[in-house]
Design a protein around this ligand. Structure first.
Ligand SMILES: Cc1cc2nc3c(=O)[nH]c(=O)nc-3n(C[C@H](O)[C@H](O)[C@H](O)COP(=O)(O)OP(=O)(O)OC[C@H]3O[C@@H](n4cnc5c(N)ncnc54)[C@H](O)[C@@H]3O)c2cc1C
Length: 397
């Protein structure tokens, strides 16, 4: 029977990183993944350039049943640590807006870096290899795999979330958590486009491809409302773009989202325009919004698009600005696991310790990365959680 100190199940971002560190700390590590290809999610991330972290990471950018759970790991392994590693491996990168860091070249470089770290730690990798059963045996575990039974002192579950099943995502980690008596926060797709009733959407379908910066919010009351200022993208079926992906993680089915398509200052700007231009309302509005949106919006609001500005009633301007400021829409759902970037929910953090990501119910069993109920915003936060939770766990192995 094969025997080792640690089995890490899942050779994605968190699993590879954890295995490498644990190996370099002298543990005999076996890394197992059922997929044919290694680390597919890293490969496709950030449009192929992997937004591997964000310079500005705080616990506020993570959603969890216990918002404090991620605090310790994020503080101990920071973006600066990962950036240092990336530099050490000679990977060139650049900063995009909002402190997001991407490889100049390819996400493949991050995969090669993680593999090199594993090699430095003497990590053994079995891939493709599936695990059909895990049971406690003595003070450790026994795992039945497609390559035989393995004995290990510790098991680290790094099987990720449910998005994009066609590249190997499974609920294995969640099932294992339940098998050993852990609570699981119901998983749901996050960072995902929202869909709308096709009939209600028809008037906006012509705007497909149009993108603009908006304010977007959901929830009720001062405390319950979440707001982002990001780019919104109109699609044939609904809305997408960073604004919608971000708000989707907070959106509750059956509730509305509210979009401010124009700033509040537009009211004053248009009132002043009445005294200084003979432009038609549509043309004036197109100075401040994308032209296609200006025309579509005026038609939908039944406002006089071709009236010269001085003749437009104050009442109509107020109606126009109000409708642009408070566009309320009721999504019918999301594009689901196929299109989601991450999973919200996962192994309940009440059953895990925040120092070493270990189970409070089964000593020696650890959960890291996306399988845990910690979900980051768009912008490199989810990888930073994968690195930080993996590093915290590896120190405890
Ligand atoms: C299209 C897309 C783009 C993204 N872009 C970014 C980005 O730019 N920046 C960012 O921060 N985040 C991004 N994310 C999210 C990010 O990829 C994940 O949050 C991150 O990969 C999670 O790391 P993980 O190790 O927990 O899981 P994963 O990286 O998903 O790894 C899980 C591994 O477990 C394996 N596995 C699953 N089930 C089993 C099983 N039963 N047996 C054995 N192995 C199993 C899988 O094959 C996989 O290799 C993106 C996600 C998607 C889908």
């Amino acid at each position: 029977m094969h025997s080792c100190d640690v089995v890490v199940v899942g050779a994605g971002a968190a699993g590879l990183f954890c295995a490498g560190i644990a190996g370099q700390r002298g543990r005999r590590v076996l890394l197992i993944d059922h997929a044919e290809r290694l680390a597919e999610k890293i490969r496709i991330s950030g449009g192929g350039r992997c937004n591997f972290t964000n310079r500005e990471v705080t616990p506020a950018q993570f959603i969890s049943g216990n918002p404090h759970y991620c605090r310790s790991a994020l503080a101990r392994y920071t973006p600066a640590h990962f950036i240092e590693l990336v530099r050490r491996h000679g990977i060139a990168f650049h900063e995009k807006h909002r402190s997001q860091l991407f490889c100049d070249d390819s996400a493949e470089q991050i995969i090669r870096m993680l593999l090199a770290e594993c090699a430095a730690g003497g990590v053994e990798r079995w891939q493709p290899c599936s695990v059909s059963a895990v049971r406690q045996a003595g003070s450790g575990f026994e795992l039945d795999t497609s390559r035989g039974t393995v004995q290990a002192g510790r098991v680290v579950v790094a099987t990720g979330g449910l998005p994009v099943p066609k590249i190997g995502a499974t609920d294995w980690g969640l099932r294992l958590a339940r098998q050993f008596g852990h609570r699981v926060v119901e998983p749901r797709p996050a960072l995902v486009p929202l869909t709308f009733d096709p009939e209600a959407w028809a008037p906006f379908a012509a705007l497909a491809g149009l993108s603009l910066e908006v304010g977007i919010e959901t929830g009720e009351g001062k405390k319950g409302t979440t707001r982002f200022v990001e780019d919104l993208l109109f699609t044939h079926r609904g809305l997408s773009g960073p604004a919608v992906l971000q708000i989707s993680s907070y959106w509750q089915p059956g509730t509305a989202i509210r979009v401010a398509l124009a700033p509040a200052s537009l009211a004053d700007t248009l009132r002043q325009a009445k005294g200084r231009t003979q432009r038609h309302l549509a043309n004036e509005l197109a100075q401040h919004l994308p032209e296609r949106l200006a025309h579509t919006w005026l038609a939908l609001q039944q406002l006089p698009a071709d009236k010269p500005m001085p003749d437009v009633r104050d009442k109509d301007l107020a109606k126009l600005v109000d409708s642009l400021q408070r566009w309320s829409l009721q999504p019918t759902g999301t594009e689901g696991w196929r299109k989601a970037e991450v999973m919200a929910g996962g192994v309940d953090t009440r059953d895990l310790d925040s120092q070493g990501m270990g189970s409070k119910r089964v000593p020696g069993l650890h959960f890291i990365g996306e399988v845990v109920d910690v979900t980051g915003w768009l912008g490199g936060y989810n990888f930073q959680w994968a690195w930080a939770s993996a590093a915290a766990c590896a120190q405890a192995l």
